[in-house]
Ligand binder design. Structure first.
Ligand code: PAF
Length: 284
């Protein structure tokens, strides 16, 4: 695996791949890799000739009161894991490389960026869309792999690629869970052992909603009440949002007769966690 820190070198390495007629897969990350990220690398390797990964903790997507400084940074361990998995290129730019002094251009997917996590984290999706647009221009991948856990992010990025006619296919891979159902996240590292137990409430709330759907409930308002009730019963958790929305527009749906995304965000201690399930005709 070749590790590259400059944009010029990364562009040259990626262009060599595509000029040689090989397909290039790309897995953008902020590091602190877990099984969820690794599943994206596996998916890229299965589908593409060459796999590039980036590790960049993007300051632009963190609000002023958020965890930019304490965000876990485990570069040596991450590099070893990616090497073991057989990633080909690792891009690890510094902040000044990505945002040189004087940079003034941002990418905003209007509307979508204010929904779900965007409503709770103003500016977050502008930061995500800006860095991903830059990374896509540097790498110019054929396929880019993201996790379904960040469902709102996936919707924003699908729209970005569509609206800007980018030649990349966004591939969204299933959520990877711990044995007890907790969705894998770099932020799980913040949890104490007691909070780690409490954090399972997110998935439990989603399972309860899924069970109600399986028993015939279709009314989103009722399903949301069921989910909220489960969160409210966990003393260690504080709800941010519980929503049932369209997968692409992120607009609320009144009933779940068609495909719907059930999404939850909650604080466990000061750690904000998210999770979701997709309800489809076949899951009933
Ligand atoms: O999902 C993430 O880890 C980040 O939001 C991403 C897509 C790498 C952009 O910084």
């Amino acid at each position: 695996m070749k590790r590259i820190a400059t944009i010029a070198e990364m562009k040259a390495a990626c262009r060599r791949v595509t000029r040689n007629g090989k397909t290039l897969g790309f897995v953008p990350t902020m590091g602190a890799l877990h099984e969820g990220h690794l599943s994206l690398v596996h998916a890229s390797k299965a589908r593409c000739d060459v796999t590039a990964v980036s590790i960049f903790v993007n300051p632009l997507q963190f609000g002023p009161a958020e965890d930019l400084n304490k965000y876990p940074r485990t570069m040596e361990r991450d590099t070893a894991l990616l090497e073991q998995l057989g990633a080909d290129l690792l891009f690890t730019p510094g902040v000044e490389e990505m945002y040189p002094t004087g940079a003034q251009t941002y990418v905003l997917v209007e509307g979508l960026s204010d929904k779900l996590d965007g409503a709770s984290r103003p500016g977050h999706f502008r930061g995500v869309a800006t860095v991903v647009a830059k990374l896509f221009e540097i790498v110019r991948p054929d396929f880019a792999f993201f996790g379904q856990k960040d469902a709102a992010q996936a919707a924003v990025l699908r729209k970005l690629v569509n609206d800007l006619d980018m030649d990349v296919e966004v591939v969204v891979c299933p959520i990877v869970r711990e044995k007890d159902g907790l969705a894998m996240s770099s932020r799980n590292a913040y949890l104490t052992s007691e909070q780690r137990q409490q954090a399972t409430v997110l998935y439990r709330s989603l399972l309860r909603v899924q069970a109600a759907v399986d028993h015939g409930e279709r009314d989103s308002a009722k399903l949301i009440e069921i989910g909220k009730h489960v969160i409210a019963n966990e003393a260690g958790a504080k709800l941010d949002y519980f929503a049932i929305v369209d997968l692409d527009t992120l607009d609320p749906v009144v009933d779940v007769s068609h495909c719907a995304l059930v999404a939850v965000a909650a604080y466990v201690g000061s750690t904000r966690l998210i999770d979701n399930v997709l309800i489809t005709a076949s899951s009933r």
